[in-house]
Ligand binder design. Sequence first.
Ligand code: GLY
Ligand code: MN
Ligand code: MN
Length: 438
Amino acid sequence: MKMKEEHRQRRERFMKMISNSTAVFRSSPVAIMHNDVEYPYRQDSDFFYLTGYKEPEAVAVIAPHHDKHQFVLFIQPENPDQEIWTGKRPSVEEAKEVYGADEVFLITEIDEKLPQYLENADKIYYHFGRDRAFNEKVLRHWQLQINKYPKRGKGPIAIQDSGTILHPMRMVKSRAEIDLMRKAIAISIEAHTHARKTIRPGCYEYEIQAEIEYVFRRNGADSPAYPTIVASGPKSCILHYTENNRQLRDNDLILIDAGCSYGYYPADITRTIPVSGKFTPEQKAIYEIVLEAQKQAIAKVRPENTYQRATETAVRVITKGLVELGILSGDVEELINEEKYKPFFMHRIGHWIGLDVHDVGLYQKGEASKQFQPGNMLTVEPGIYIGPDTQPAEGQPGIEEKWRGIGIRIEDDVLVTTEGHEVLTSALPKSVDEIEQF
Ligand code: GLY
Ligand code: MN
Ligand code: MN
């Protein structure tokens, strides 16, 4: 199916859910790198999900109750002076055709044109985002409508976050979305595999990063989906380390957390491997615990099961494993209840993944809130990190020097299916034997 048709179907479903209301979406603001140099532009994910439109300075209005225009785009005017720098932007006519909008206006007309889409709505759906000036504009338009309410007896009497409707939709991935993520994953696996061949003592983390990102781009990926992490030795204990400037040493582990974005969809993959090709006994002992925690947590990913249960499973394996190594001491259940494992495993088990790497969806504790449904995608990424300065929890034994500097995370991207799950990143080896024999 062509993406234009997929976007239309998404709007159709969204419109059914908001029925007599109007939703307003704002494009992402342009982010400044320095002075007049901008970061590469990326559209707001909600905006993109419903429209496919990638340009800044835009507004999308979805008004299912309107007699003529259910989908309206406001876009930037053509500007030959600016377009010398940016390239040509779609005209009103082109936008209508390419994005299937019922009407397209210039963004400069918004104050004049927006009221007709609000005045008969029961509610406004809008997400208060990073564009403060536009947030205020929406409030002002709402106020104008409220002021007219006593005489008209109709109009929007509330604003509701559009995410409450749209984000549950985004949590269930379509075939087209899964295909894009499979592509991002295939490129990312190639990148990890290629980079592994270049790892040797004496080289720098940034050299490995360059090899990874070269493979991304060579395969037509948009960019890294998040800052690439190449963390060796003690740096592997810094969760979002991105300096990537340390020199690799023989007995180091190297943690590589890297994934590309392809067609706006990410991969997010972590592998931790020994620089020399062989784990030390201590590294191997910790690695086996993390791997077991990850496998058991993944086994819990199936419809009707919960994110909470997957998390608890990983926590139990990690706590038990650390007790067996003497790093934690006491009764496993008590240690779990008192969160004594937290100095070593301090982040959550994973996150939803989709148009945003850390995707929309609920993350709060509790059973019902996070029941897996077919089409959900998440990462499963437990870790154990024993940094140079890690302090044990109160009442726990001191940490022996031999464990310090070991940071291990293993991360896969998992799709919930009707039968259970599919590990989309499974082609990238992670067992000790496979890694040592690479
Ligand atoms: N790469 C960031 C994360 O794993 O969440
Ligand atoms: Mn992740
Ligand atoms: Mn990651």
